[in-house]
Design a binder for this molecule. Sequence first.
Ligand code: PRP
Length: 215
Amino acid sequence: MENETRYLTFALTKGRLAKQTLELLEQVGITCEEMKDPDSRKLIFVNEERKLRFFLAKGPDVPTYVEYGAADIGVVGRDTILEEGRKIYEVLDLGFGKCRMCVCGPEQARALLNGQQQIRVATKYPNIAKDYFYNQRNQTVEIIKLNGSIELAPIVGLSEVIVDIVETGSTLRENGLTVLEEVCPLSARVVVNPVSMRMEQERISWLLGALNEQM
Ligand code: PRP
Protein backbone atom coordinates (compact mmCIF):
# COMPACT_ATOMS: atom_id res chain seq x y z
CA MET A 1 0.00 0.00 0.00
CA GLU A 2 2.85 2.34 0.89
CA ASN A 3 4.11 2.10 -2.68
CA GLU A 4 0.91 3.60 -4.00
CA THR A 5 1.40 6.87 -2.16
CA ARG A 6 5.08 7.32 -2.85
CA TYR A 7 6.00 9.74 -5.62
CA LEU A 8 8.12 8.45 -8.44
CA THR A 9 10.64 11.21 -9.17
CA PHE A 10 12.06 12.03 -12.61
CA ALA A 11 15.20 14.08 -13.29
CA LEU A 12 15.10 15.45 -16.83
CA THR A 13 17.95 17.10 -18.70
CA LYS A 14 17.13 20.79 -19.15
CA GLY A 15 16.54 21.96 -22.73
CA ARG A 16 15.72 20.03 -25.88
CA LEU A 17 15.93 16.58 -24.24
CA ALA A 18 13.37 17.56 -21.56
CA LYS A 19 11.02 18.96 -24.20
CA GLN A 20 11.19 15.78 -26.26
CA THR A 21 10.83 13.61 -23.14
CA LEU A 22 7.69 15.48 -22.05
CA GLU A 23 6.21 15.07 -25.53
CA LEU A 24 6.86 11.33 -25.37
CA LEU A 25 5.39 11.10 -21.85
CA GLU A 26 2.27 12.89 -23.10
CA GLN A 27 1.87 10.25 -25.79
CA VAL A 28 1.64 7.60 -23.08
CA GLY A 29 -0.88 9.69 -21.12
CA ILE A 30 1.46 11.29 -18.60
CA THR A 31 1.08 15.06 -18.58
CA CYS A 32 2.46 17.76 -16.36
CA GLU A 33 0.66 21.00 -17.16
CA GLU A 34 2.58 22.95 -14.51
CA MET A 35 5.80 22.33 -16.37
CA LYS A 36 4.59 24.05 -19.51
CA ASP A 37 4.31 27.48 -17.90
CA PRO A 38 7.39 29.35 -19.18
CA ASP A 39 7.09 32.02 -16.44
CA SER A 40 7.10 29.59 -13.56
CA ARG A 41 10.05 29.72 -11.17
CA LYS A 42 9.11 26.41 -9.60
CA LEU A 43 11.76 23.74 -9.60
CA ILE A 44 9.59 20.68 -8.97
CA PHE A 45 6.44 19.80 -10.87
CA VAL A 46 3.87 17.28 -9.74
CA ASN A 47 1.32 15.04 -11.41
CA GLU A 48 -0.94 14.26 -8.43
CA GLU A 49 -3.10 11.78 -10.23
CA ARG A 50 -0.22 9.46 -11.05
CA LYS A 51 1.94 10.40 -8.09
CA LEU A 52 4.82 11.57 -10.26
CA ARG A 53 7.29 14.40 -9.67
CA PHE A 54 9.55 15.98 -12.27
CA PHE A 55 12.50 18.31 -12.03
CA LEU A 56 14.95 19.76 -14.53
CA ALA A 57 18.70 19.54 -14.01
CA LYS A 58 21.90 20.12 -15.94
CA GLY A 59 22.85 16.99 -17.91
CA PRO A 60 25.91 15.95 -15.86
CA ASP A 61 23.87 16.27 -12.63
CA VAL A 62 21.11 13.87 -13.76
CA PRO A 63 23.14 10.65 -13.15
CA THR A 64 24.15 12.05 -9.73
CA TYR A 65 20.52 12.59 -8.65
CA VAL A 66 19.66 9.09 -9.87
CA GLU A 67 22.64 7.34 -8.24
CA TYR A 68 21.78 8.85 -4.86
CA GLY A 69 18.09 8.03 -5.26
CA ALA A 70 17.00 11.69 -5.15
CA ALA A 71 15.41 10.82 -8.48
CA ASP A 72 14.18 7.30 -9.28
CA ILE A 73 14.42 7.81 -13.02
CA GLY A 74 16.46 10.11 -15.26
CA VAL A 75 16.57 11.04 -18.91
CA VAL A 76 20.03 12.00 -20.12
CA GLY A 77 22.37 11.67 -23.10
CA ARG A 78 24.53 8.57 -23.34
CA ASP A 79 27.60 10.84 -23.54
CA THR A 80 26.87 12.07 -20.03
CA ILE A 81 26.18 8.56 -18.72
CA LEU A 82 29.54 7.32 -20.03
CA GLU A 83 31.42 10.37 -18.81
CA GLU A 84 29.94 10.41 -15.29
CA GLY A 85 30.31 6.65 -14.68
CA ARG A 86 27.65 6.56 -11.95
CA LYS A 87 26.12 3.41 -10.45
CA ILE A 88 22.83 3.53 -12.32
CA TYR A 89 20.98 1.24 -14.72
CA GLU A 90 20.66 2.35 -18.33
CA VAL A 91 17.36 0.76 -19.34
CA LEU A 92 15.97 2.32 -22.50
CA ASP A 93 17.17 4.07 -25.65
CA LEU A 94 14.62 6.78 -26.42
CA GLY A 95 15.88 7.14 -29.97
CA PHE A 96 16.01 10.94 -30.02
CA GLY A 97 18.97 13.25 -29.49
CA LYS A 98 20.92 11.06 -31.87
CA CYS A 99 24.53 12.03 -32.53
CA ARG A 100 28.03 10.52 -32.40
CA MET A 101 31.08 10.86 -30.18
CA CYS A 102 34.02 11.25 -32.53
CA VAL A 103 37.71 11.94 -32.74
CA CYS A 104 37.96 14.98 -35.03
CA GLY A 105 40.66 17.23 -36.36
CA PRO A 106 42.18 18.53 -39.56
CA GLU A 107 42.69 15.82 -42.20
CA GLN A 108 46.49 16.00 -41.64
CA ALA A 109 46.04 14.82 -38.06
CA ARG A 110 45.00 11.37 -39.31
CA ALA A 111 48.66 10.39 -39.73
CA LEU A 112 49.42 11.49 -36.13
CA LEU A 113 46.67 9.21 -34.83
CA ASN A 114 48.56 6.22 -36.15
CA GLY A 115 52.02 7.51 -35.42
CA GLN A 116 54.44 7.09 -32.51
CA GLN A 117 54.46 10.70 -31.35
CA GLN A 118 52.34 11.56 -28.28
CA ILE A 119 49.41 13.74 -29.32
CA ARG A 120 47.19 16.13 -27.38
CA VAL A 121 43.43 15.55 -27.27
CA ALA A 122 41.12 18.42 -26.21
CA THR A 123 37.67 17.44 -24.96
CA LYS A 124 34.76 18.15 -22.66
CA TYR A 125 34.67 14.37 -22.03
CA PRO A 126 38.06 13.38 -20.49
CA ASN A 127 36.85 9.99 -19.21
CA ILE A 128 35.41 8.95 -22.57
CA ALA A 129 38.55 10.16 -24.35
CA LYS A 130 40.82 8.37 -21.85
CA ASP A 131 38.88 5.13 -22.19
CA TYR A 132 38.96 5.32 -25.98
CA PHE A 133 42.65 6.07 -26.37
CA TYR A 134 44.02 4.01 -23.47
CA ASN A 135 41.75 0.96 -23.47
CA GLN A 136 40.50 0.67 -27.02
CA ARG A 137 43.35 2.10 -29.10
CA ASN A 138 46.18 1.39 -26.63
CA GLN A 139 47.64 4.79 -27.39
CA THR A 140 49.15 7.15 -24.82
CA VAL A 141 47.87 10.69 -25.30
CA GLU A 142 47.67 13.92 -23.32
CA ILE A 143 44.07 14.77 -22.49
CA ILE A 144 43.23 18.47 -22.16
CA LYS A 145 39.87 19.24 -20.52
CA LEU A 146 37.86 22.12 -22.02
CA ASN A 147 34.34 23.31 -21.28
CA GLY A 148 32.98 24.26 -24.70
CA SER A 149 33.75 25.35 -28.27
CA ILE A 150 36.10 22.37 -28.44
CA GLU A 151 36.61 22.84 -32.21
CA LEU A 152 38.80 25.84 -31.42
CA ALA A 153 41.55 23.70 -29.89
CA PRO A 154 43.14 22.26 -33.07
CA ILE A 155 42.61 25.55 -34.93
CA VAL A 156 44.61 27.60 -32.45
CA GLY A 157 47.16 24.86 -31.77
CA LEU A 158 46.09 23.75 -28.30
CA SER A 159 45.73 20.15 -29.43
CA GLU A 160 46.17 17.96 -32.50
CA VAL A 161 42.69 16.40 -32.27
CA ILE A 162 39.48 16.65 -30.25
CA VAL A 163 36.96 14.17 -28.90
CA ASP A 164 33.55 15.74 -29.24
CA ILE A 165 29.91 15.31 -30.20
CA VAL A 166 29.06 15.49 -33.90
CA GLU A 167 25.43 15.91 -34.84
CA THR A 168 25.02 17.46 -38.30
CA GLY A 169 28.76 17.92 -38.83
CA SER A 170 28.32 21.59 -39.76
CA THR A 171 30.49 22.96 -36.91
CA LEU A 172 33.35 20.77 -38.14
CA ARG A 173 32.86 21.71 -41.80
CA GLU A 174 32.69 25.42 -41.10
CA ASN A 175 35.98 25.19 -39.24
CA GLY A 176 37.93 23.05 -41.68
CA LEU A 177 37.82 19.95 -39.48
CA THR A 178 36.63 16.42 -40.15
CA VAL A 179 35.66 13.20 -38.38
CA LEU A 180 38.75 11.02 -38.10
CA GLU A 181 37.28 8.14 -36.07
CA GLU A 182 33.95 7.32 -34.45
CA VAL A 183 34.07 6.53 -30.74
CA CYS A 184 30.42 5.54 -30.24
CA PRO A 185 26.83 6.40 -31.20
CA LEU A 186 24.82 8.54 -28.76
CA SER A 187 21.16 9.25 -27.99
CA ALA A 188 18.87 10.02 -25.06
CA ARG A 189 18.59 7.19 -22.53
CA VAL A 190 16.39 6.40 -19.55
CA VAL A 191 18.39 5.61 -16.42
CA VAL A 192 17.07 4.14 -13.17
CA ASN A 193 18.31 3.98 -9.59
CA PRO A 194 19.10 0.30 -8.80
CA VAL A 195 17.11 0.31 -5.52
CA SER A 196 14.12 2.01 -7.18
CA MET A 197 14.26 -0.62 -9.88
CA ARG A 198 13.59 -3.28 -7.23
CA MET A 199 11.23 -1.35 -4.97
CA GLU A 200 9.12 0.22 -7.72
CA GLN A 201 9.48 -2.56 -10.23
CA GLU A 202 5.82 -2.64 -11.24
CA ARG A 203 5.41 1.07 -11.95
CA ILE A 204 8.78 1.40 -13.65
CA SER A 205 8.25 -1.66 -15.86
CA TRP A 206 4.84 -0.36 -16.90
CA LEU A 207 6.31 3.00 -17.79
CA LEU A 208 9.25 1.56 -19.74
CA GLY A 209 6.90 -0.77 -21.61
CA ALA A 210 4.58 2.11 -22.52
CA LEU A 211 7.46 4.30 -23.70
CA ASN A 212 8.91 1.44 -25.70
CA GLU A 213 5.61 0.90 -27.49
CA GLN A 214 5.47 4.56 -28.53
CA MET A 215 8.82 4.43 -30.31
C1 PRP B 1 28.01 20.58 -29.63
C2 PRP B 1 29.34 19.90 -29.93
C3 PRP B 1 29.73 20.50 -31.25
C4 PRP B 1 28.39 20.74 -31.91
C5 PRP B 1 28.13 19.64 -32.92
O1 PRP B 1 28.30 21.79 -29.05
O2 PRP B 1 30.28 20.15 -28.91
O3 PRP B 1 30.40 21.70 -31.06
O4 PRP B 1 27.38 20.70 -30.90
O5 PRP B 1 26.96 19.85 -33.65
P1 PRP B 1 26.94 19.83 -35.24
O6 PRP B 1 27.65 18.58 -35.69
O7 PRP B 1 25.46 19.77 -35.58
O8 PRP B 1 27.58 21.07 -35.74
P2 PRP B 1 27.24 22.68 -28.29
O9 PRP B 1 26.46 23.46 -29.27
O10 PRP B 1 26.45 21.81 -27.38
O11 PRP B 1 28.12 23.68 -27.46
P3 PRP B 1 29.60 23.63 -26.89
O12 PRP B 1 30.52 23.78 -28.05
O13 PRP B 1 29.68 24.79 -25.96
O14 PRP B 1 29.78 22.31 -26.20
